[in-house]
Design a protein around this ligand. Structure first.
Ligand code: FES
Length: 105
């Protein structure tokens, strides 16, 4: 088995779950599978702690992180998933309007 080219972690912590992260996880998994991207993995994660950065409920939720690029997405909605699949998962290009933080290259 080869290592994955990209690995998406969709937060399933309490705050993100309250903002639809379960649907995001399902849609992202399906989108990657339907696109035939066998070198991309989608997993769930516990709280990524972005929600601890704010007192405003849902300011950053739902959150997704992508490795090895170290791209952190915030406020992802179901409507964003097709673009994340076609741009980021397929081509490795982050969807900039959703980027909260990116690890230095
Ligand atoms: S619950 Fe998702 S970042 Fe905390």
């Amino acid at each position: 088995m080869k290592p994955y080219r990209l690995h998406f972690f969709v937060c399933q912590g309490k705050r993100c779950s309250g903002h639809g992260s379960e649907e995001l996880l399902d849609r992202l998994k399906k989108g990657v599978k339907d696109a035939g991207l066998k070198d991309v993995r989608v997993s769930k994660s516990g709280c990524l702690k972005m929600c601890k950065e704010t007192q405003v409920e849902g300011e950053y939720s739902p959150a997704i992180v992508v490795y090895p690029q170290g791209v952190w997405y915030r406020n992802v909605s179901a409507a964003d998933i097709d673009e994340i699949v076609s741009r980021h998962a397929a081509k490795g290009e982050a969807v900039e309007r959703l980027v909260y933080y990116r690890l230095p290259a």
